[in-house]
Design a protein around this ligand. Structure first.
Ligand code: NAI
Length: 390
């Protein structure tokens, strides 16, 4: 159980690029990072608007002179300080991730970056090599995979409780873009433009969460082939998609079906996962993250609750609130941030043995998400053809 006791020797000096006052995801980073005193927010280039960014940073308790105009100013300003920043989170629109991450790594600063990580696998490989050369950690904020019951599913699969995995069924849909983009805010504008969003809209925006979570639950399964059909129901979003279905063949013979959509009118936003094996299945949704449906063929279904002693150790180790009380998205993000902090701390101590077995969403996880997107686009652009995964 996680109870706020320190797992690392001292708080990491932490900064943010993006995630300013008007940013959608910024507070999730801060609520995750600052929960346990594992990080201390010391600086930021929070906003494209310098004055608003400084005002915001000061309101967060950051010294005015450490609220910078942009990432370059942050790197220069922090470079000369004995108490300079050690790790920076990147919570900016997709098209900026690569340049900002590269600049931070070159300056010797660990990075925690948003998904989809970059635009191409080539970029991911280049940055992975740079991080390796510099001895730095890159974490990726797949923020839903800190939920304790995600790790319960992974442990049950590993123990063989489901039998051989046959079906992987996943959906992340909402209706917030069901109408057209007249009068849309910045966050919709950059998401629907290939120059700023990258090669996909919903596949990268929400599909990468599904794909990564399935990798956490089923690390031994690899996609061999996939078929992706994507469409812009609002034509101005083309060539990007606001809706997609993906079929996948896994190397053990399992079949996968994944649906992502931002035009699922009336849906307030939910992720649904069902992993089916030869003996049993598990179903989980982030709408009810404290409950896991476990159904053994021929037996009455069971609902497992987070924090209960009958759960696997891996799940209980990620629990914060205990069984009687609800556990939510903020807790999940706090876990992700804690696990990344432990990776940075281990790297700083030169504890490679710890790193070899420590699990957190690392740059390889970010890269695999981008690889999956590249394959989806290749299939969709070929007219929803089956393509070998590469
Ligand atoms: P947004 O458009 O709402 O906010 C972007 C923020 O970054 C704003 O504060 C803006 O002023 C600032 N900004 C933009 N360019 C900047 C630059 N060059 N330097 C400094 N600040 C800059 O975007 P949103 O929705 O918060 O998304 C940001 C990133 O987070 C995207 O990559 C998105 O895919 C990801 N995201 C991830 C989520 C998750 O669950 N992990 C949830 C929502 C978004």
């Amino acid at each position: 159980m996680i109870n706020g006791e320190q797992r690392i020797s001292r708080p990491l000096r932490w900064g943010m690029v993006g995630g300013g006052r008007t940013g959608q995801v910024g507070y999730k980073h801060r609520s995750g990072a600052l929960r346990d005193g594992t990080y201390r927010l010391v600086c930021g280039a929070f906003d494209l608007d310098e004055a608003r960014g400084r005002d915001f940073g000061v309101n967060l308790g950051v010294a005015a002179e450490r609220c910078y105009a942009d990432v370059q100013a942050l790197i220069q300003g922090e470079a000369g300080r004995a108490d300079g920043v050690e790790v920076v989170s990147v919570a900016t629109p997709n098209f900026t991730h690569y340049e900002i991450t590269k600049a931070l790594l070159q300056a010797g600063i660990h990075v925690i970056c948003e998904k989809p990580l970059f635009f191409s696998v080539t970029e991911c490989e280049e940055i992975a090599a740079l991080a390796r050369d510099k001895g730095l950690i890159v974490g990726v904020t797949y923020g839903f995979t800190g939920h304790p019951l995600v790790h319960q599913m992974a442990a049950m699969v590993k123990k063989g409780l489901l039998g051989d995995i046959r079906l992987v069924d996943m959906a992340y849909t909402h209706g917030f873009n069901a109408g057209d983009d007249t009068g849309a805010g910045e966050a919709v504008k950059w998401r629907t433009n290939p120059r700023t969003a990258g090669p996909t809209f919903v596949l990268g925006d929400i599909g990468t969460h599904l794909y990564y979570l399935s990798e956490v639950v089923l690390p031994q399964l690899k996609v061999e082939r996939l078929l992706c059909d994507r469409k812009a129901f609002i034509p101005t979003r083309a060539p990007l998609e606001d809706h997609a279905t993906v079929l996948m063949h896994y190397d053990n013979g399992a079949r996968g079906r994944l649906w992502v959509s931002s035009v699922d009118a009336g849906n307030m936003g939910s992720q649904r996962y069902r992993f089916v094996g030869s003996k049993a299945s598990v179903s989980w949704s982030d709408a009810h993250p404290d409950q896991l449906h476990y159904e053994v063929q021929g037996e009455p279904g069971r609902v497992l609750h987070h924090g209960m002693p009958y759960l696997e150790d891996e799940s209980l180790a990620a629990d914060r609130m205990g069984a009687l009380h609800t556990e939510g998205l903020g807790d999940s993000w706090a876990n992700i941030y804690l696990w990344i902090a432990q990776a940075i701390d281990a790297r700083q101590r030169g504890d490679e043995a710890f790193l070899a077995t420590h699990h957190y969403p690392d740059i390889q996880a970010g890269l695999e998400g981008v690889r999956w997107l590249e394959n989806c686009v290749r299939s969709a652009d070929a007219g929803a053809a089956w393509v070998d995964f590469r």
